[in-house]
Write a protein that binds this ligand. Structure first.
Ligand SMILES: Nc1ncnc2c1ncn2[C@@H]1O[C@H](COP(=O)(O)OP(=O)(O)OP(=O)(O)O)[C@@H](O)[C@H]1O
Length: 228
């Protein structure tokens, strides 16, 4: 079953067009990678799906509903959990308060989350601003999971983190996949992303230029679309 279907998406910042026709989809229990060099439109595409930017063309369907143009809080309530670039949490709330504030009915509870990120349990009474970057990222993922989303979107979840913490985040992503969580991941570390992805989409200058399985993204294509 297709959860999210994006087709022909066009979005602008003021008069400046950033997306010229973006297509991708995420099926139930699928992990999908959205890739591309810096500035190619990945964050804009995610913001357009979530209604943070109002798309001016194309279609966005989530669980069979047209959501393009819907207000972002309503889209989130339909079941999309975002872990935004820059891991925004409430700095003056504790870890536990951050998580409880996000909670909605479903299989994800504090207890279950603590088994995914034991480090968060150890720091449950600490203020979010006093956490390390990696712990803040775990908290941001935890907050999104506590909303019990049908689709989890991770935008650069491992960027700027120490290698050992990145490994913890990837391990959590692999565990979520094993649990059947549907995930859309934006990340630049191909060595970690490709083995966990079921399908990949590559954006270039605001257009989808590749879609396929990770093994179809040959070294030549990686070089053409993702190389620096
Ligand atoms: N707030 C903004 N105002 C105007 N233009 C913007 C804004 N944000 C992004 N853009 C432009 O839109 C295009 C797509 O940017 P976007 O941030 O979506 O790319 P990205 O693939 O997510 O890049 P990165 O990997 O660097 O996050 C770029 O040309 C960028 O300069």
């Amino acid at each position: 079953m297709t959860l999210l279907q994006v087709s022909g998406l066009e979005s602008f910042y003021g008069a400046s067009q950033a997306l010229f026709g973006v297509d991708f989809s995420v099926g139930q229990s699928e992990v999908v990678a959205l890739m591309g060099r810096n500035g190619m439109g990945k964050t804009t595409a995610i913001s357009s799906v979530l209604g943070l930017i109002r798309p001016r063309g194309g279609r966005v369907r989530f669980i069979g509903k047209d959501i393009a143009g819907m207000q972002s809080y309503r889209i989130a309530r339909l079941g999309i959990g975002l872990v935004p670039e820059g891991r925004r949490c409430f700095p003056n709330l504790t870890v536990r308060e951050n998580l409880v504030a996000a909670a909605r009915q479903g299989p994800w509870t504090l207890t279950r989350l603590n088994t995914l990120f034991p480090r968060l349990e150890e720091r449950q009474d600490q203020y979010a601003h006093s956490l390390s970057g990696g712990e803040q990222q775990m908290l941001a993922i935890g907050r999104a999971l506590m909303t019990n989303p049908q689709l989890l979107i991770l935008d650069e979840a491992t960027e700027g983190l120490a290698p050992v913490i990145r490994q913890d985040i990837w391990a959590a992503i692999r565990r979520l996949k094993a649990d059947g969580q549907s995930i859309l991941v934006v990340d630049k570390t191909l060595a970690e992303l490709l083995p966990v992805a079921d399908r990949c989409f590559v954006l270039e200058k605001g257009r989808t230029v590749f879609s396929g399985k990770p093994d179809e993204l040959t070294p030549e294509l990686q070089d053409r679309y993702l190389g620096v």
